[in-house]
Design a protein around this ligand. Structure first.
Ligand code: CAA
Length: 386
């Protein structure tokens, strides 16, 4: 028996968790996803159930009330959930992203206040970095946090907040030093219900309808200074490090959607008859399916590698960017081609592939556009980290 650089088998725990989430998704999520999409319905009850299954504390050590899983096992969870409903997987990913960051950057008193309630699903979390004028150029954000003795006063508007309006707790990046630089950004927890904190427009989107996206409005919103996470000026780095793990999750989610689209296309091609034969006997269709399979597997390997590097404490920034970029570009192509395989049937809502295609488009945009991922990769290459 030889020694291999890579071992591809899942361990027993990973198989158990994957199967548990697969069963949960098939029973509780997939049958309802089309209706949730149609109705713009946010299934908060599903998050409660995911809390009971330990999925809301996937990035939180047991000592803080969580159920810490490796990032690799987490990737399996997100892939399974996204096969049923990408929106639910994204909501969970954002929640775990901020819960993991709080577990990491909070002091003991702050952990007591928030982390175990997040990790058990009693509270739902959201992440807020972007603004109308600060998307890809995140460091230029202008929402202000002014220190006043033992408090901060927040003023400004944040945009594109996943779980916005529904979440109980918001990790908000705001400026504690005038200017447009990363060093002037700090990170705060703002709880829903704080006076001066309200919600603006709910976005009406192409897809991901059962994942709310909302503006946050701060008007002389006063929070205790003890709601600041980390030091003043550390906020941008906390946000970027959070996104390293978030981007791996988005890659895994894209794989789940792509896999679901592939399975629908494969099954349809096997039964749909034209010219006296199932269309799966035509090379035009076979090549589309072959490309789908090949790209799903390639994306999986990149996502698993990025997750592994993060688990091992290695520099994962470039790998997270590659995994997110490749998997989401692949998923866009695969879902588009799945619609093509189904033809007219794919373009209507009788089949789920048009929803997959509408949903997955945003994965090329959020958590850093795929153009930004390429900048991150290029910078790593030029700094010899690639
Ligand atoms: N981890 C830790 N620190 C990091 C980091 C990382 N991954 N990336 C950068 N930093 C640090 C840098 O080292 C630097 O620190 P020093 O000043 O001490 O050297 C500091 O942060 C500033 O970094 P840059 O100089 O690289 O900053 P920049 O202004 O050039 O921006 C960028 C870099 C990659 C373009 C960044 O702005 C970016 O990622 N933009 C995209 C924003 C984004 O992803 N938004 C997603 C919104 S959240 C979302 O979408 C969630 C959702 O709804 C699902």
């Amino acid at each position: 028996t030889g020694e291999y650089a890579v071992k591809f088998d899942l361990n027993e725990e990973q198989v158990d968790i994957r199967d548990m989430v697969r069963h949960f998704t098939e029973q509780e999520i997939a049958p309802h996803a089309a209706a949730w999409d149609e109705d713009y319905y946010f299934p908060r009850e599903i998050y409660t159930k995911m809390g009971e299954l330990g999925l809301m504390g996937m990035t939180t050590p047991e000592a803080y009330g969580g159920n810490l899983l490796s990032r690799l096992t987490g990737a399996l969870v997100y892939e399974e959930l996204a096969k049923g409903d990408m929106a639910t997987a994204v909501g969970l990913s954002v929640h775990n992203m901020i819960t993991g960051s709080l577990a990491r950057y909070c002091d003991d008193e702050q952990r007591q206040r928030w982390v175990s309630r997040l990790a058990t699903g009693k509270l739902l979390g959201a992440f807020s970095l972007s603004e109308a004028g600060a998307g890809s150029d995140a460091a230029s954000l202008q929402c202000q946090a002014k220190r006043q003795t033992d408090r901060y006063i927040l003023n400004g508007t944040k945009m594109w907040v996943t779980n916005g309006g529904e979440a109980d707790l918001y990790l908000v990046m705001a400026r504690t030093q005038a200017g447009r630089n990363a060093g002037g950004v700090s990170c705060f927890v703002v709880e829903k219900g704080t006076p001066g904190f309200s919600f603006g427009k709910s976005e009406r989107k192409m897809g991901l309808h059962s994942s709310p996206t909302r503006e946050l409005l701060f008007q002389d919103c006063s929070i205790p200074a003890s709601n600041r996470i980390g030091d003043e000026g550390q906020g941008f780095k906390i946000a970027m490090a959070s996104l390293d793990s978030g981007r791996i999750n988005i890659g895994a989610i894209a794989i789940g959607v792509a896999q679901a689209a592939f399975e629908v296309a494969r099954d349809y091609a096997g039964t749909r008859q034209q010219f006296g034969h199932p269309i799966s006997t035509f090379q035009a269709i076979q090549f589309l399916l072959a490309d789908m399979m090949m790209k799903i597997e390639a994306a999986r390997l990149l996502v698993y590698e990025a997750a592994y590097k993060l688990d091992e404490g290695q520099d994962a920034i470039m790998y997270a960017a590659m995994a997110k970029c490749f998997a989401t570009d692949a998923a866009m192509e695969i879902t588009t081609n799945a619609v093509q395989v189904l033809g007219g049937a794919g373009y209507v809502r009788d089949y789920p592939v048009e929803r997959y295609m509408r949903d997955v488009k945003v994965a090329q945009i959020f958590e850093g556009t795929n153009q930004i991922q390429r900048i991150v990769i290029a910078r790593a290459i030029s700094s010899n980290r690639g």
